[in-house]
Design a protein around this ligand. Sequence first.
Ligand SMILES: [Zn+2]
Length: 301
Amino acid sequence: MQTVYPILQRLTIVLTLSLIAVSFLFFSSPKACSEPITVSLSPTIDSRFNMARSTIVTNLQDAIQLWNDVLPETELLRFVETDGDVAISFVYDERQRTTIQNERLKRQIAEQKNQLTTLKTSLSTTQETYEARSQEIQTKTSVYLKHVDEYKEKVDAWNEKGGAPAPIYEELKREQLALEVERLNLNNDIANLNKLADTIKNTSGKHNTIVEEVNQKVETINETALREFEEGIYDPNTKTIVIYEFESPLSLKRVLAHELGHALSVGHVEGKDSIMYPYNDSKTFELSESDTKAIKTICEK
Ligand SMILES: [Zn+2]
């Protein structure tokens, strides 16, 4: 019996303490909309984010302003230099590395698409030339074969007569020489045509390689791109926002506005342009009707 008392006592003490803690938390949480939630930014930002702290502050102030513009005369959020109710920090990790890598891939893809356009143009020009030359050669070949036949007929005719007189023999010799020149010219044309065919083959091979490379890069981007607002996290227990990645000042502003929305107790809403939509794909920076409706509902409570 002697040991029971201390334990019970301790239990009571623990219970009382936790009750106090809970009520303290309850009363200290800022009442939504009646007074601004202050927001501060960590004093140092990892240089690998490639953005000056002052620039981040400007973007943060834009994100704050977005929410403050909803209700006239009601300041929902306020930027403070230190010790805000909500503290924002930036953590550089795999996510931002992936984003930077994908940005590089996107630039390469754009460059390669230009290359493909150039290759396609030169390919179709070369193909047109090829078609035209091949047509020419076919015509020239049939003309040549006709000349050969005519020459043979003449030679056969004279042979049947037992031979040609000297002047005709000379003329036939000249004709034979002319035919030889015609044949050499044709062979030369055919060699050039084959060179063109090689060029076409090489160019289209190059084209296909680039297409394959582009497809691979697009696949990499699709596999690794972060679509969800996992670029940032708001933790309601510690009242902290951590930003992990952004690909442009616009996406940074959007992710800041999104996490600040959560800090204002706004949940996710519909509409892909909404700041509180679960995915950060939009290129706009304004609150949608669903966003404003959500915050107004919270403020009216
Ligand atoms: Zn969210």
